[in-house]
Design a protein. Structure first.
Length: 350
């Protein structure tokens, strides 16, 4: 069954899932080809309709819905007319469809819940991006079909080489943070955690901040926000540069106050880099196993993050074991959530 994926923002990781030429991706935001990693390009036919007038965009969606055997996957912003038009066309044509949604930010009002319930009817299904999102929608909209389908590389992307050897005693440890929206991503939590670590560990810690060129002004005046650890602000990085940073880091830290999924977790683990993530990160529940592929901690708790960082730096288990655990989870994850399983999930809507 060919799948038509309609979205206003096409990420490389979504594109990598589509490994069949019979599938179609309709994106109505401009593609940034130079920022798509070569191994993550879609094999599906991609239609960039972003430069067309709205009426012509809708006609393209309608044209792809002519075959009643098609299944539709609808992603992107619920504020866009293309989102609701795609649902309406699928309902009228009785085409099985799924809405791909990350975990919602609280609170979710009754009106929004009822609108989604009515829009889905008996032929639509919600695909929650991860177990946390899936549980949220099952609780918010009881009686609606909800299945778990997180973001995934798909089977076409190789996993990086396993790390060789372990870190020597007293060796420097590199902790990487990625993000420009520092408040939502929890940079202040990360820096506060570093200051709460034992001084001996701080002196061995190197913090690398990708996405920012300097400490944000709002944080400069906070006493104790500058740890004894060395802090390097890397600014914006191109995808290949970011991938190198992920492969070289000893640990990726994702202390977000909210992240619907956070694809960077899988990116890091595919490079053999363990992850410390807050429980507000969707990917943490599916990919981060304490002591095996990294550690999780309660969102906003800098003390708990300091403990997790200390554990990575001083744990008895080898770096190689953490790296192997991270890559094993990624391999299992991409094999579970591929294009064939997506097809089965959408078929379950009919």
């Amino acid at each position: 069954m060919p799948i038509v994926f309609v979205t206003n923002y096409l990420t490389p990781y979504q594109a990598a899932l589509f490994s069949r030429s019979s599938d179609v991706i309709i994106t109505y935001s401009p593609l940034e080809e130079n920022r798509q990693w070569t191994p993550l390009r879609a094999e599906a036919h991609v239609k960039d309709v972003s430069r067309l007038q709205l009426r012509k965009r809708l006609c393209e969606i309608l044209r792809e819905c002519n075959d009643p055997s098609d299944g539709f996957l609808i992603g992107g912003s619920a504020r866009s007319p293309e989102f609701w038009f795609s649902i309406a066309v699928c309902r009228l044509r009785r085409v099985p469809f799924a809405i791909w949604l990350e975990r919602p930010r609280a609170p979710v009002g009754l009106i929004r819940r009822n609108v989604l319930r009515l829009a889905l009817g008996k032929t639509g299904i919600i695909l929650g991006v991860g177990t946390t999102a899936t549980a949220s929608y099952r609780q918010l909209i009881p009686g609606t079909k909800v299945s778990n389908f997180p973001y995934s590389y798909g089977r076409t992307v190789p996993v990086g080489a396993r790390r060789n050897g372990n870190r020597a005693p007293g060796q420097k440890v590199t902790a990487l943070f990625i993000g420009t929206d520092w408040a939502r991503k929890g940079l202040d939590i990360f820096l506060a955690a570093a200051t709460e670590m034992p001084r001996a560990l701080q002196s061995r810690l190197e913090l690398r901040i990708a996405g920012l060129s300097e400490l944000p002004l709002d944080l400069k005046g906070i006493v104790g926000m500058t740890p004894a650890a060395h802090v390097a602000y890397l600014g914006y990085l191109e995808p290949d540069e970011l991938r190198r940073e992920l492969g070289c880091a000893d640990v990726l830290v994702v202390p977000s106050r909210y992240d619907g999924w956070a694809v960077v977790v899988e990116e890091a683990m595919a490079e053999g880099t363990p992850v410390i993530a807050s429980d507000a990160v969707g990917a943490a529940a599916d990919l981060v196993v304490d002591g095996y592929s990294g550690f999780s901690f309660p969102s906003g708790d800098s003390g708990a993050l300091a403990v997790a960082l200390s554990a990575v730096m001083s744990r008895g288990t080898s770096d190689q074991a953490l790296s192997a655990g991270a890559m094993a989870i990624v391999i299992r994850h991409r094999d579970m959530y591929d294009i064939e399983s997506l097809e089965q999930a959408i078929r379950g809507a009919s």
